[in-house]
Design a binder for this molecule. Structure first.
Ligand code: TRP
Length: 454
C-alpha cells in the first residue's frame, strides 16, 4: 500500500464511529465487568474513569497525531516520523502486542458464536433448564466446540480484512453502534428491575475504598488502555485514514465517552443480574456468559418472544462488536507485513490469520484440557491477558507519550491537533503537560507500585 493510495474514511462522523467500533467490543461488555468484580466494584470504576480521561484520552490524541501525520500503519509510522532511530521498535512492539491480543481475544469472540447458536435454539427461554454455570463450563472446557467457533470467527475476520475494510468498517459501524446502544439500554432497564438488583447497583455505585489494593491501579489502567484500543497503534493506524478536517481532540473525547458509556451500562446489566441470581461478582471471565443468559431466562420469563429476540440480537451484536475490534487488531499486523516485507495483502493476512489461530488454539485449550500448564500461576490465556493488557499496553503508551510529547517537533504536533491553527484549543497547554509529565510519570508510578517497590 503506497501512502498516496490510502483510501480515507468518508466523513468525520464515520471516522469517530470507526474508531469507536474498534474501541467498543468485548473489552467493554466482557472484560470490564469482570475486572470491576475482581477489584471490588465502585472504587475501581472511579480509578478507571480517572485513567480513561487523564491518561487514555491524551494518549489517544497522541496516537492520532502519529497516524495522521505519518499516513502509515503503526509498524511503519515511527519509521516515517523518526527515520533511522530506535523509535521504530515502538511500532514493532505495538504490532506484536496487537497480534498476541488478537490470539486470545478471538477465543472469547468465538464464544459469542456459540451463544448466538444457543439463543437461536431457545436455550435461554423461561422454560429452559436455566443452569447456565454448567452450560458455560461444559462449553468452554470442551476440547472441540470452542475451537470450531474460534476458527469460524478468525476466518470471518480474515475475510473482511482481505477485502479491504474502510467502507465495510465505516458503514457497519454507523449502523451497528446505535443498535448496540439501544439494546444495551433496554437490557440495563430489565436488569435493574430484577428482584434483589439493589445489591448489584450498590456494588457498582457505592465506593468501598477499603477494598483498594495496589493491584487496583494497574488493573484499572490496563483496562482503560485495553478498552480504548490504546497502546499498540491500533488507533494510529485508523488515524492514518482520517481526513484533514477530522478534529483529533474532539474525536478522542467522543470515543472516550462512547466507550465509557457502554462499559458502565454493561456493568449496570451484569451486576444487578449477578446479585439477583446469587452469582459471585468476582467469578472472572465467565461472568457475562453466565449472568446474561439468566437475564433472558428470568426477566423475560413472561414475555418469551421478546426474550428470544433480545437474546439472539444481543449475542449477534456482541459478535459484531467483537468483529469490528478483531478487524482493527488484524489490520495492524497485516498492514505491517504488507508495508515492511512487501508481501501481498492476501499473503500478509493469511500469515496473521494462521498465527493468531495458533495462539487462539493454545489459549482456548489452556482453559480446559491444558489448564495444568501454568506460567507464574496463570494458565496461558490469563498469562497472555496479563502480559498484554497490564504490561505491554502501558509500556507502549509511555513510549508513545514520550515520542509525541518530547521527541516530535512541538509545532508539528500543535499543527496536527489544531488542524494548522484553524481550531482553537484553549486546553492545549494542559494537554501538553499531561503528555510530557503526567502520563509517563503516572504510568511508571503505577508499575513501580505494582512491583511492590513503593
Ligand atoms: N478495545 C477493544 C475492546 O474493548 C479491543 C481492542 C481492539 C484492543 N483493538 C485493540 C485492545 C488494541 C487493545 C489494543 O474490546
Amino acid at each position: 500500500m503506497r501512502h498516496n493510495e490510502r483510501i480515507g474514511f468518508g466523513s468525520k462522523l464515520g471516522a469517530i464511529l470507526a474508531a469507536a467500533g474498534s474501541a467498543v467490543g468485548l473489552g467493554n461488555i466482557w472484560r470490564f465487568p469482570y475486572e470491576v468484580g475482581n477489584h471490588g466494584g465502585a472504587a475501581f470504576i472511579l480509578i478507571y474513569l480517572g485513567c480513561v480521561f487523564i491518561l487514555g484520552v491524551p494518549i489517544m490524541i497522541a496516537e492520532f497525531v502519529v497516524g495522521r501525520k505519518a499516513k502509515a500503519s503503526t509498524g511503519e509510522a515511527f519509521n516515517v516520523l523518526a527515520p533511522k532511530t530506535p523509535w521504530k521498535w515502538v511500532g514493532y512492539l505495538g504490532v506484536l502486542t496487537g497480534f498476541l491480543i488478537l490470539g486470545y481475544y478471538s477465543v472469547v469472540a468465538g464464544w459469542t458464536l456459540e451463544y448466538i447458536f444457543q439463543a437461536l435454539s431457545g436455550s435461554f427461554l423461561g422454560s429452559a433448564e436455566g443452569d447456565f454455570v454448567t452450560l458455560f463450563k461444559n462449553f468452554s472446557t470442551h476440547p472441540l466446540r470452542p475451537l470450531v467457533c474460534l476458527l469460524v470467527f478468525v476466518l470471518a475476520t480474515h475475510w473482511v480484512v482481505v477485502r479491504g475494510v474502510q467502507k465495510g468498517i465505516e458503514r457497519s459501524s454507523k449502523l451497528l453502534m446505535p443498535l448496540l446502544f439501544a439494546l444495551i439500554l433496554i437490557l440495563a432497564v430489565c436488569a435493574v428491575m430484577l428482584p434483589g438488583a439493589e445489591k448489584g447497583i450498590r456494588f457498582l455505585l457505592q465506593p468501598d475504598f477499603s477494598k483498594l489494593d495496589s493491584e487496583v491501579f494497574l488493573g484499572a489502567m490496563g483496562q482503560a488502555f485495553f478498552s480504548l484500543s490504546l497502546g499498540m497503534g491500533c488507533l494510529s493506524t485508523y488515524a492514518s485514514y482520517f481526513g484533514k478536517e477530522s478534529r483529533l481532540a474532539h474525536t478522542a473525547v467522543s470515543v472516550g465517552l462512547i466507550d465509557t458509556f457502554v462499559a458502565v451500562l454493561a456493568g449496570l446489566i451484569i451486576f444487578p443480574a449477578a446479585f439477583s441470581v446469587g452469582i459471585s461478582p468476582d467469578s472472572g471471565p465467565s461472568l457475562v456468559f453466565i449472568t446474561l443468559p439468566n437475564i433472558f431466562h428470568q426477566a423475560f420469563a413472561g414475555i418469551p418472544l421478546i426474550g428470544y429476540v433480545c437474546s439472539v440480537l444481543f449475542y449477534l451484536l456482541l459478535a459484531l462488536a467483537a468483529l469490528t475490534s478483531t478487524i482493527s487488531l488484524h489490520e495492524v499486523s497485516t498492514a505491517f507485513l504488507h508495508e515492511k516485507f512487501h508481501f501481498s495483502r492476501i499473503k500478509a493476512a493469511r500469515l496473521v490469520t494462521a498465527g493468531s489461530l495458533l495462539i487462539g488454539i493454545v489459549s482456548s485449550l489452556s482453559l480446559g484440557c491444558w489448564s495444568g500448564y501454568q506460567i507464574a500461576g496463570l494458565n496461558f490465556f490469563d498469562a497472555l491477558d496479563f502480559l498484554t493488557a497490564k504490561i505491554m499496553l502501558p509500556l507502549s503508551a509511555i513510549l508513545i507519550a514520550i515520542f509525541v510529547g518530547w521527541y516530535l517537533d512541538k509545532r508539528l504536533v500543535k499543527d496536527e491537533i489544531t488542524n494548522k491553527g484553524s481550531l482553537s484549543m484553549p486546553l492545549y497547554p494542559v494537554y501538553s503537560f499531561i503528555l510530557r509529565y503526567v502520563a509517563p510519570v503516572g504510568i511508571t508510578l503505577i508499575f513501580i507500585n505494582e512491583l511492590g517497590w513503593l
